[in-house]
Design a binder for this molecule. Structure first.
Ligand code: SF4
Length: 450
């Protein structure tokens, strides 16, 4: 198969394609060849480019603050938050190098190297690993994946995307190339890594295990995964021809989402189910009151018996939101795409401008000069802000910062609120009646560990 720019079974989609065989054919059927980006994904692309440039050039992301960049059709001006979080990944990779690892950045790898002797499937699998690190002395192989999202904390353990990269990087040919670049001898025939570690660096999403999470495998485990679950999943997906669909949280990033009948049925059934359980209406009946008389104040709602919608039902409906919300968001995107291409009188909807935001009409130096010449005091148009603890720590150095903060006690860590999470989520439960700050402030990592 031709080696096009995109794999039909890429690492980033492995989780979804392994969970829902039908999404392989349906995704291809709706694929227009156009790569769609959101502002979030474009920011992630920029973060990867900035980190790669920093690691190659020995520079720091902070050097780019205030400059304008374009990524996947979006314009960004990196700020301190952006640079701090990219720096966290850059620092981690530099830390590996300091420990003696030699690295490859943004490297295309294929797990198919483990398929020798298996019937060919007529598909090309490849993905781009952010960082492959290899220790010439210990023989340990590390795959580091930068995740720049804030919303969903990605697990390292059993993550098919990372296993896909790990299988691809577990390549004697690739590692011999890396070794030769650094003047080391080639690996012998039959070589196998002493350990393979897959690491997620996700500095912007909260996870109780911290921003850096790891999973460890033997070379044999990764080899077996590539020949077993991965090979079988690819075979299943190819032969399924879009007949077996399995809606789940993996639908979130499925390109077929707005076109998928299974996701539509799931969402509509769940929505019907939710409406059957509208709390106020059920309570009005349960209380023997006029069904049209719906309590509206929060005290009244809080006093209602739990029986109007059971906790079990509520939990089931929340589980389904993971599919319903992306499905309806995908419908909105599809409608906007169609309206952008042409007016659609049959839809009854149109595109209108969002609320305008005032911006300065010229470059910053020119605006500052004009306001200065107009006699305005600088404090009216410029500001001096306190840097974040992480930024000050970076400038001061970890040791000096820790010593000073231990002495002055100027830093604290708090969680801003609470959020819903399923029972299986690794975060600690907030005790009833306690705020997130009360519950977690003493146990959050100290600021100098971020
Ligand atoms: S939307 Fe969900 S159920 Fe439908 S094809 Fe995609 S992953 Fe499968």
């Amino acid at each position: 198969m031709a080696n096009t720019g995109h794999s039909a079974f890429p690492a980033s989609s492995a989780h979804r394609l392994l969970a829902c065989s039908g999404s392989y054919a349906l995704g291809q059927a709706v694929d227009t060849g156009e790569r769609r980006s959101t502002e979030f994904s474009a920011e992630g692309t920029l973060a990867h480019s900035v980190s790669e440039a920093a690691l190659f050039a020995g520079s720091n992301p902070a050097d780019l603050i205030g400059r304008t960049f374009h990524a996947d059709g979006f314009e960004f001006t990196p700020d301190e938050d952006f640079s701090d979080n990219v720096q966290a990944y850059v620092d981690f990779v530099r830390g590996l190098m300091a420990l003696g690892y030699i690295i490859l950045l943004e490297t295309r790898v294929s797990p198919m190297i483990h398929w020798s002797g298996l019937p060919p499937l007529g598909i090309d699998l490849f993905g781009t690993a952010d960082c492959i690190a290899f220790h010439p002395q210990t023989g340990k192989l590390i795959i580091v994946d930068l995740k720049f999202g804030r919303g969903i904390a990605v697990e390292a353990t059993g993550n098919p995307q990372l296993l896909y990269y790990a299988a691809g990087a577990f390549s004697r040919e690739l590692l011999n190339y890396l070794l030769s670049q650094h003047g080391y001898a080639a690996l012998p025939d039959g070589w196998t890594p002493s350990e393979i570690e897959t690491i997620v660096v996700q500095p912007r999403a909260y996870h109780p295990d911290g921003p850096i999470r790891r999973a460890s495998y033997s070379g044999q485990e990764v080899h077996d995964w590539a020949r077993g679950p991965l090979y079988q999943g690819v075979e299943r997906a190819i032969n399924d021809n879009g007949t077996t669909f399995q809606p789940g949280e993996h639908c979130r990033f499925c390109p077929a989402l707005p076109h998928c009948k299974a996701a539509e049925k799931f969402s509509l059934d769940a929505a019907k189910d939710a409406f059957k359980n509208v709390p106020a209406a059920n309570v009005a009946v349960a209380n023997g009151a006029d069904p049209t008389s719906v309590p509206t104040n929060t005290d009244a709602l809080a006093a209602l018996p739990d029986t109007h919608i059971s906790d079990k039902k509520l939990g089931e409906l929340l589980d389904k939101l993971a599919i319903i919300k992306p499905y309806f968001a995908a419908l909105e995107t599809l409608a906007a795409d169609r309206l952008r291409a042409s007016s659609r009188p049959g839809m009854g909807w149109k595109l209108v401008p969002t609320r305008p935001r005032r911006v300065w009409a010229d470059d910053e130096p020119k605006i500052v000069a004009a306001l200065h010449n107009a006699g305005l005091a600088p404090g009216l148009y410029t500001e001096t802000r306190l840097r974040s603890p992480a930024q000050t720590e970076r400038l001061l150095g970890k040791k000096a910062f820790k010593a000073l903060m231990d002495q002055l006690g100027l830093v604290t860590s708090t969680s801003g609120g609470v959020t819903l999470a399923p029972e299986g989520d690794p975060r600690t439960r907030v005790q009833q009646g306690r705020s997130a700050q009360e519950a977690f402030a003493p146990t959050l990592p100290s600021p100098n560990a971020d």
